[in-house]
Design a protein around this ligand. Structure first.
Ligand SMILES: [Zn+2]
Ligand SMILES: [Zn+2]
Length: 422
């Protein structure tokens, strides 16, 4: 990044280093006694005081994996960071676009001949500057195709192209732990080349092709824009766009991955910058599902870190990235649910690989507080809650070993950063 571009971002050095911005929550959260704050979604939804903040985090989807948990209506993982009039989206799991509409598509009505009619031509996504994808798992991507279809209609990419930033093609399959012998799907790369592990750019191109009939019809029948001219996809790890930092070593393609290789100790590196935010990334430990990134967003009003999907031991990576963050949104899994679901499962059983994924690639309620404490985060927000119907009584145990404020995330919860406007 050129020095003059760096100077455009007026982020105090103390914020970049320590995240010194103040955090503020909706009135209901503020009124709760003690250092922990627990609240249901109905208490903290749009219209809350967080709307008066210049910078705010909006939780769009707060479960990990599927959304079908009885008693839970959490959408899959997704967040929006709003800075002034601009918006940035992190992940787009199942249900995220519906939550985007619920959070930001404020209806406009007109009265004609005494009848109240809603104006439908909404462009509520016109101020989305960028979408960031932590990794290419379905509970972070399920609504990406929907977003491309709805978002083109809802105004993104005009007049400035929407930036889409996510992992590149990792170039090799993960180890076959299940003994799978079915078809290995391959994606076209253009020409004779194919890949089993398409990155963000190729995935996007292929989605546009898959929905070509819809996009062509919409362009010629309903005035949709030319999608290829309003998005700009960049891949993390592509030397032409966002190269790896020099101290990163690619896993050895001739051997199965080890955890040290999929999450080596490294330094955070910048992946995006504009006049409002600076975004940096680091690898976290989602083990086989590599690469998996955590992202840090520094603004003039404070700092936000999204852990992405990770086990608790990131070789110190998350601690480096999230040091002193005002808000750390961290994934969490309920160990009691794992124990009950996989009771008696042994290595070699059909359910073993999924059990092994659950215990190695995610962070338990018992561990997440310690991680947040090591990060010196001021506030820990639990999200990507697995399963979605984990009771509050168990999630509250995350406060153990964490001296800051704990918030149990709910869909449409808003958390303001910095000072509130009067
Ligand atoms: Zn996930
Ligand atoms: Zn994942």
């Amino acid at each position: 990044m050129a020095q003059n571009e760096s100077d455009k971002l007026h982020i105090p050095r103390r914020t970049l280093l320590k995240g010194a911005g103040a955090l503020a929550l909706s009135p209901l959260l503020m009124s709760l006694e003690g250092k922990s704050s627990f609240a249901a979604a109905s208490n903290i939804k749009k219209g809350s005081r967080a709307q008066k903040f210049n910078t705010k985090l909006v939780l769009l989807g707060t479960t990990g994996g599927m959304t079908w948990w009885p008693g839970s209506n959490r959408a899959s993982s997704s967040q929006a960071l709003v800075v002034g009039d601009s918006m940035y989206i992190i992940d787009l799991g199942f249900g995220a676009t519906q939550r985007l509409a619920e959070a930001f598509n404020h209806a406009k009505f007109v009265t004609i001949n005494g009848e109240k009619l809603q104006l439908e031509l909404s462009t509520f996504l016109k101020n989305v500057r960028a979408v960031f994808l932590t990794h290419l798992h379905m509970d972070h991507l399920g609504d990406y195709p929907t977003f491309l279809m709805i978002g083109a209609r809802a105004g993104f990419g005009i007049p400035n192209r929407l930036q889409i930033i996510g992992p590149g093609d990792r170039g090799r399959l993960e180890e076959n732990k299940t003994g799978y012998s079915g078809t290995i799907l391959k994606a076209e790369c253009g020409g004779p080349k194919q890949t089993t592990t398409p990155g963000t750019k190729q995935m996007t191109n292929l989605l546009l092709q898959a929905f070509a009939q819809n996009f062509n019809d919409c362009a010629m029948d309903a005035g949709y824009p030319d999608l290829q001219n309003i998005i700009d996809v960049k891949e993390i790890g592509d030397p032409r766009t966002i190269p790896w930092p020099v101290d990163f070593i690619l896993p050895n393609p001739s051997k199965p991955w080890t955890r040290n290789e999929t999450c080596p100790a490294m330094v955070p590196f910048e992946i995006y910058r504009d006049d409002l935010i600076r975004v940096s990334a680091i690898l976290v430990d989602h083990y086989q599902v590599y690469p998996s990134f955590a992202f840090r967003f520094d603004t003039n009003d404070g700092s936000l870190v999204i852990s992405g999907d990770t086990g608790p031991d990131t070789k110190g990576n998350l601690q480096k990235l999230a040091k002193g963050a005002d808000v750390l949104v961290h994934e969490v899994i309920d160990n009691a649910w794992i124990t009950a679901t996989f009771k008696g499962v042994k290595e070699g059983d059909p359910a073993w690989p999924l059990y092994y994924h659950a215990i190695t690639a995610h962070t338990t309620i018992e561990d997440v507080g310690r991680v947040a404490e090591q990060c010196q985060a001021k506030t820990l927000v639990l999200s990507h809650i697995g399963p979605g119907n984990t009771p509050l009584s168990r999630l509250k145990k995350a406060q153990k070993n964490f001296s800051g404020k704990l918030i149990i995330g709910e869909d449409l919860m808003e958390i303001g950063l910095g000072r509130a406007h009067r």
